[in-house]
Design a protein around this ligand. Structure first.
Ligand code: C5P
Length: 244
């Protein structure tokens, strides 16, 4: 029962750019290639999975023009990652398409485990990876998640902001992180059904939920943050210093 990892890394990351597409300016680097302590975020993330004894192969979905330069970069700067079999595949328009393209390239048997992890969560730990793999083996589907610490409101968007329609009991909410792990047959079925129905979700678990399979939650970590905004990057720089 091997463990394969898919890293969707084909996003444009416009929330990180201060002035996307500004006239005469070079577009900002995609967030997964943003520098963190001298190394692109994606390379930090790949190192975590390359170092994990659980993992046998990694599929990275990239924008087509980034595939060849990234392969060269790995060969020059990150040979340690290439100790694992690393496949670079073309991503798609949405995260889900990027994962679907990688999944189509994966060779696996039904009870192999496929982990999907955001390129921009470089502080995932060996313990979280192990816990998600174990729970995915046990339940067929599992994600890392965090209990909500803030009070959660349901809202209706208005032209001026939002109006609260309900308060969601906090103890019934978790904030979904990645890795999200699935038995290959469970994930493949969910992706096939979503494609047939034209459903787009913001994570893999939502596809598996709608396909009728239960999904377990294991404890993630506040440090396993998704670097999305410049403020997240500041926090990431702080975490990097604290752990090195
Ligand atoms: O932008 P978003 O929050 O959806 O990004 C989450 C992850 O999905 C990032 O690692 C990003 O690179 C990836 N992604 C992708 N293909 C897209 C959009 C996002 O692989 N078309």
């Amino acid at each position: 029962m091997k463990v394969v990892v898919i890293i969707p890394a084909a996003g444009l990351g416009t929330r990180m750019a201060s002035a996307p597409g500004a006239k005469g300016k070079k577009p900002a680097a995609s967030k997964q290639f943003t520098d963190l302590g001298g190394t692109p975020i994606l390379i930090h993330t790949l190192r975590k999975f390359a170092a994990s004894p659980e993992v046998s192969e990694v599929y990275v979905a990239l924008r087509s023009n980034e595939i060849s330069p990234f392969r060269t970069r790995l060969e020059k700067e990150a040979k340690d990652i290439l100790q694992k079999k690393v496949h670079l595949v073309e991503g798609g328009e949405h995260r889900q398409h990027s994962v679907a393209n990688a999944l189509a390239a994966v060779a696996a048997v039904p009870d192999d485990i496929v982990l999907v992890h955001d390129a921009v969560r470089p502080f995932v730990t060996e313990e979280i990876i192990r816990d998600v793999v174990q729970a995915a083996r046990k339940y067929g589907a599992a994600i890392a998640g965090l209990p909500a610490v803030d009070t959660v409101k349901q809202v209706e968007r208005t032209s001026e902001g939002a109006l609260i329609t309900a308060t969601v009991p906090r103890e019934r909410v978790v904030m979904a992180q990645t890795p999200q792990g699935f038995r290959y047959d469970v994930l493949k079925k969910a992706f096939d059904e979503a494609a047939a129905d034209g459903f787009t979700g913001t994570d893999e678990a939502s596809l598996v939920e709608r396909s009728g399979h239960e999904v377990a939650v294991v404890m993630g970590s506040p440090r396993n943050l998704k670097i999305t905004t410049p403020a997240d990057l500041e926090l990431a720089q702080f975490y990097l210093k604290a752990t090195s």
